[in-house]
Structures are given as C-alpha cells and as structure tokens.
Design a protein around this ligand. Structure first.
Ligand code: EAX
Length: 344
C-alpha cells in the first residue's frame, strides 16, 4: 500500500511538472518543407424547417423555394425539409422555442410571437403603423429591419430575412362588422402578442390569445367568435368553413421571418452562411409577391364559397379607437418608432 502511494506521488509530480511547462510556448522547429494541409472535412447538414401554415400558404411556398435553391447551390450538401401545418410546433411561439432548444432548425412564420423573445419586435405589430407595401419594404429591408435581425442572436435565433404575412383583417361568426362599435363584446382570438391583446381590448372586444394551431377548432366549437389574419391565411386555412363574415379592416401589418437556430448558424462555414443570406434575400421578393398578387383572387373565391365580405371599411374610427395603444408604443420605442413613421 505504501509503495502504491509513493508510486502515485511520483506520477503526480511528473504530471505537475509537465503541466507546469505547458504554459510556456516552446519555439517552433523550423522546417524547410511546408506540411500538407489537413484534409478539410466537407460540411453537410440536414435541417428541419417548420411553418405554422398550409402547404399552399406563402411561408411554406417561400420556404420550399429556399430549400430547393440551397440544395442546388450546395450540390445537396445541405438538405432542408419543410414541415408545414405546425408539425414541428403547434404554433409560432412553440416552433421558435424549438429553434432555441435545438429540436427544430429553421422557421418561416410571422413575427407575432417574436416580442416574447426579443421585445423590440413588438413595435412592428402596432396597428396602423405601416401605410402600404412600399413603406413596409423600405423599413424592413432598411436599417430598422437589419437592427431587429441583429438583436436575434441574443435569443439563440438568427434572422435571415423579413418575409411577409400581410395586412390583417377581421373574421367572425356573429355579424357584419364595419366599425369598432360592432366589435363590442366579441370574443376575438389574438396572437400571443401583448400589442395585439391591448389593441383588441381598446376596441372593446374580449381578446383571447391562443396559439395558431388551435384556432380552427376553437372557431368551430364556438369557444371564440372571431379572429384576424391576412387573406392568404384565411383562405389556405379554409376559415370560410367556420366564419361567415370577413371585414377588410387592414388594421395591422404582420411581417414574417425566415430564421435559423443560432447554434446551427454558428456551426456553418462562412461560405454557406453567405449563401443562406444571399438566397434568403433572393426569395424575399417572390415570397412577398405571393400574398400581394393573389389577395383579390382568394377574396373572390372566399365570397363564392359563401363568405360575406365587407370590402370597404372606413379605417378612421378604428385608428381613433386604437390611438392610446399607438401612442403608448410610440413613446416606448421613441426614435426607432418615429424613424419607421418618417420612412418615405
Ligand atoms: O402566421 O397566429 C397567427 O395568427 C399567424 O398570423 C398565422 O398563423 C400565420
């Protein structure tokens, strides 16, 4: 036993001496021949991309185009499989949490839940902030959009580009709604977003925040009376089956994001990162055009399927009722908010 301990002490002494030397740089032996570079291991990846909406909805179509271009651009080294209909997370918050936890690699969906991860995103969801598509494109593709994308890595998320959900409109099963007075007492599902909840409260409705994956069922069972979304979502989710009235309120613009988990992003070589950013930007114009170009056609189809569409809604009383919410966030986000408003 004693011998064992003295042996052990000797080993420990040697270990300590070696470790002690480690701190000093030993001079590099000079060689005349350059060593052959170590073979570079080819980067390969398979990513799961989740969207909350149907196969024929604008996120899923944009995401599929992105996946095809990446596969072609990397000769199949990077394979992205698109899972629509909330297969990777019942709603948008859950899917984004999946990106943080590493169970989902990529996301294409609205920014509605983003305020829970990066609070500054809430400013984009203020009603009547964006005037039209030209305004949207300037802001989201400019310095403000970039500053928001730059904040995402602190939430373990990496934004590649702003895509589009669209201007949101109210549907309900009770009555033809034209003014905020018509909304009084209506149970309206909202996104899990504090600005939207406050807005519907200000309008006199009873807001019910709920994840997107539960909305169709809740409308069908009449747990809620209405919801609001762009025409492309209403159409592809077949909400006409459970909602009689659609009012074209266009009360708020809803941006979308193409995002990847920050962990997956950091593992990618620089050249592939560059390809991702370039491709995301290329697909942006196509993705945004899908909703913009098809709205009139989808609206006509919703009508022919029996929906009563209130096409002209005077937005002045809506804007007036929502002014306290608008002013609150204008004050909270100060400079960046006025920069958005002043973008021409
Ligand atoms: O992203 O949750 C929502 O209302 C979203 O706008 C919808 O799922 C599309």
């Amino acid at each position: 036993m004693k011998r064992f301990f003295s042996g052990l002490a000797a080993v420990m002494l040697v270990v300590a001496l070696v470790a002690g030397c480690g701190g000093q740089e030993s001079p590099k032996p000079s060689t005349s021949t350059t060593p052959a570079p170590a073979p570079v291991k080819e980067y390969k990846a398979e990513f799961k991309l989740g969207t909350p909406t149907a196969v024929d909805h604008v996120y899923t179509m944009g995401a599929q185009k992105f996946a095809d271009l990446i596969s072609a651009g990397t000769n199949g080294r990077i394979k992205i499989t698109v899972f629509p209909n909330g297969q990777l997370g019942k709603g948008e918050r859950e899917t984004l949490e999946g990106l943080q936890q590493g169970t989902v690699d990529m996301y294409a969906g609205s920014t509605g839940a983003m305020g829970n991860f990066v609070p500054a995103f809430n400013m984009l969801d203020v009603p009547f902030l964006f005037r039209d598509y030209a305004h949207v494109d300037k802001v989201l593709d400019g310095a403000i959009g970039q500053s928001l994308l730059d904040e995402m890595p602190k939430a373990q998320l990496h934004g590649l580009a702003f895509w589009e959900n669209g201007f949101r409109n109210l549907t309900n099963s009770k009555r033809a709604i034209k003014t905020p007075d018509d909304v009084k007492g209506l149970k309206v599902r909202t996104m899990e977003n504090q600005v939207h909840i406050e807005a519907w409260k200000a309008l006199g409705a009873t807001p019910t925040p709920m994840t997107w994956g539960e909305v169709y069922g809740a409308l069908q069972q009449k747990v809620i009376d209405g919801q609001e979304n762009p025409v492309a979502v209403i159409y592809t989710a077949k909400l006409n089956e459970v909602q009689k009235y659609l009012s074209m309120t266009r009360h708020v613009y809803s941006p979308a994001l193409l995002a990847i988990s920050e962990q997956r992003w950091k593992e990618m070589p620089k050249a592939d990162q560059d390809l991702f950013v370039k491709t995301a930007k290329e697909v942006t114009a196509y993705q945004r055009s899908l909703g913009r170009d098809n709205e009139a056609k989808q609206l006509a189809e919703l009508k022919s399927k029996g929906m009563e569409v209130i096409e002209t809604v005077d937005t002045a009383p809506w804007q007036a009722a929502l002014k306290p919410v608008f002013d609150k966030y204008a004050a909270q986000y100060g400079d960046r908010f006025s920069q958005i408003l002043n973008t021409k």
